[in-house]
Design a protein around this ligand. Structure first.
Ligand SMILES: Cc1cc2nc3c(=O)[nH]c(=O)nc-3n(C[C@H](O)[C@H](O)[C@H](O)COP(=O)(O)OP(=O)(O)OC[C@H]3O[C@@H](n4cnc5c(N)ncnc54)[C@H](O)[C@@H]3O)c2cc1C
Length: 423
C-alpha cells in the first residue's frame, strides 16, 4: 500500500544518500536536500566493515559499489599491526574468519554508485537547512528552512547532515555546537600509488591487508583501494591525556586545512624507515582536527524527526566503523519506515523504535573507537609489545562485525507490536 507520509532527508553524504536509495527502493516517498551544489566526497579512501557490507548487500547496492570501485569482490581483510619503529616488528595479525571481509574503496566511487541509483528528481542542491520547526497550523508536519529563503514541508525529517548537523538542534533544543567536541586527535591524510611507495623504498606489503603502524601517541592506518594500485594513508597524532570535551579548538579555527610534508615528517621524527618513506610520499597532506559528537545523545529522535550517521554519533575513526554505523542507521530506518504496518498515525512510535535499536549499538562503537585508538598509541592496558597488543586487541572487532542486525530489527518490530503501535 502506498505510504501516507513523506520523508525529507537533510544531507546527501554517504549516509543520507544510502538512506534515500533504501527508502525509495522500498516504496517510501522521499526527497533529499543537500547544502552543496552537487553530491561530493573528499579525495580519500573509506573502509567498509563486513557488517556494513552486509547492510549494503541487503539494500541491494553492494554490486554497484563494487563495479564502480572496479573491484570484483569484497577485498578488505583484517589488520596487521606493525611497530612503527626501526625493525618494524610485526606485533599482531588480527585473526579473521572467512566472512570477515569488507571493502576498501575511494569515497568518490562509493558516492557515485549511490548517485547512479537515485532518482535524480529526489535530490535538491544548494539547500542548506538552518532549522526544522513544526508547521504552525499542523504540528504533525514540519517545515524545513533553507539559507536561500525557501522552505519545504514534510511529515518525517531525517537529519543526515553530518557532525555539524543543523537538524540535531530540533531534537536536543540546543545549538548544534553544544554536542560537538574536539577529540584531541589530528589526522594527516593522503593517497599514494603503491608503485611510488615501492620506489621510495617501502618494504612492508601494503597491498594485501590493511596495516597499522603503531607507536607512542601516534599511529598510521594504511589500506589499498583501486585494486591495490593506490594506498590510502591516514597518520594520526593524539593527546590521550586530555579528556574529550575539555579542550576545544578556539572558535573559528578550521577543522580541515592544508598541511606540509615537513610538518608531517616532524611529527614522526625518529620512526622507522617504512613510516618515514611512506609519509615522504605525501606531498600535500590534508590535516583534519577530528571532532566527535560529545556529550553523547540520549535519543536520536523527537516526534517525527530522527538523526542518522555522524549527525547522531560522529565518532573517532579508529575502528573504521563510523560510516558503517550510519549505514546501519539508514538500513534500520528503511526497514522500519517501509514496514507494511507503518503509517502516518504511528510514525512517532516507529522512530522511537529506531532510536531504541540504534543508540546503544552505535554508542558502543563510539566508545570502542576511542578505546582502540588508545591501544594503537601505546596507552592500552598491556602496552605495545607483541603480547600486550594481542591481549588488548584480540576480539575487539567482533561486536562490530558479527552483530546480527536482523535480530535488532525483529526486536524493534516486536516492541512496536507489544506497545500496540503495530497491530
Ligand atoms: C580521518 C577519517 C577516516 C575515516 N575512516 C573511516 C572508515 O574507514 N570507515 C568508516 O566507516 N568511517 C570512517 N570515517 C567516518 C566517516 O567518514 C563518517 O562517519 C561518514 O562520512 C559520515 O557520513 P554522513 O553522511 O553521516 O556525514 P557527512 O559525510 O558529513 O555528510 C553530511 C552531508 O550533509 C551535508 N550538509 C551538512 N550540513 C547541511 C545542512 N545544514 N543542510 C543540508 N545539507 C547539509 C554536507 O554537505 C554533506 O554532504 C572516517 C572519518 C575520518 C575523519
Amino acid at each position: 500500500m502506498p505510504k501516507d507520509f513523506k520523508v525529507a532527508i537533510v544531507g546527501g553524504g554517504v549516509c543520507g544518500l544510502t538512506c534515500a536509495v533504501a527508502l525509495s527502493r522500498r516504496g517510501v516517498p522521499v526527497e533529499l536536500f543537500e547544502a552543496a551544489p552537487k553530491f561530493e566526497e573528499i579525495g580519500a579512501g573509506i573502509g567498509i566493515g563486513p557488517n556494513a557490507a552486509r547492510v549494503l548487500q541487503d539494500i541491494g547496492v553492494l554490486d554497484e559499489i563494487l563495479a564502480k570501485a572496479k573491484e570484483s569482490k569484497l577485498n578488505q581483510r583484517t589488520f596487521r599491526f606493525i611497530s612503527g619503529m626501526e625493525g618494524h616488528e610485526v606485533l599482531f595479525e588480527y585473526p579473521g574468519n572467512p566472512d570477515d571481509v569488507g571493502l576498501g574503496v575511494h569515497r568518490a566511487s562509493f558516492l557515485e554508485a549511490l548517485v547512479d541509483l537515485l532518482d535524480p528528481g529526489i535530490a535538491h542542491f544548494n539547500k542548506r537547512c538552518t532549522s526544522v520547526e513544526p508547521v504552525p497550523e499542523n504540528s504533525s508536519r514540519y517545515v524545513l528552512h533553507f539559507t536561500d529563503g525557501t522552505t519545504h514541508e514534510a511529515d518525517v525529517v531525517l537529519g543526515a547532515d553530518g557532525i555539524k548537523s543543523a537538524v540535531r538542534g530540533a531534537i536536543t533544543g540546543e545549538p548544534a555546537a553544544a554536542r560537538v567536541s574536539f577529540s584531541n586527535t589530528v589526522a594527516y591524510r593522503g593517497l599514494v600509488p603503491w608503485k611510488t611507495l615501492q620506489e621510495a623504498g617501502v618494504k612492508t606489503d601494503l597491498t594485501y591487508r590493511p596495516v597499522c603502524f603503531t607507536g607512542p601517541d601516534k599511529h598510521i592506518i594504511l589500506f589499498p583501494i583501486k585494486n591495490g594500485e593506490i594506498i590510502n594513508i591516514v597518520a594520526f597524532v593524539a593527546n590521550h591525556h586530555i579528556p574529550i570535551g575539555s579542550a576545544n579548538l578556539p572558535p573559528g579555527s578550521p577543522w580541515v586545512s592544508q598541511s606540509t610534508q615537513e610538518e608531517l615528517l616532524k611529527e614522526y621524527e625518529g620512526w622507522g624507515p617504512d613510516v618515514i618513506n611512506t609519509l615522504g610520499c605525501i606531498k600535500e597532506p590534508s590535516k583534519w582536527s577530528i571532532h566527535v559528537v560529545y556529550p553523547l545523545l540520549q535519543t536520536y529522535v523527537k516526534g517525527r524527526i530522527a538523526l542518522l550517521g555522524d549527525a547522531a554519533h560522529g565518532m573517532l575513526p579508529h575502528l573504521g566503523a563510523g560510516a558503517g554505523q550510519g549505514l546501519e542507521d539508514a538500513w534500520a530506518l528503511a526497514h522500519l519506515l517501509s514496514h507494511p504496518q507503518t503509517n502516518a498515525s504511528n510514525i512517532e512510535s516507529v522512530l522511537e523504535a529506531y532510536s531504541r535499536m540504534r543508540v546503544s549499538r552505535s554508542q558502543m562503537v563510539w566508545k570502542g573507537s576511542e578505546n582502540i585508538g588508545e591501544i594503537y598509541d601505546g596507552c592500552g592496558e598491556h602496552g605495545l609489545t607483541q603480547e600486550g597488543i594481542r591481549k588488548d586487541l584480540d576480539g575487539k572487532w567482533s561486536p562490530v562485525w558479527h552483530h546480527d542486525m536482523q535480530d535488532d530489527l525483529r526486536e524493534a518490530i516486536q516492541w512496536l507490536e507489544d506497545t500496540g503501535a503495530h497491530s
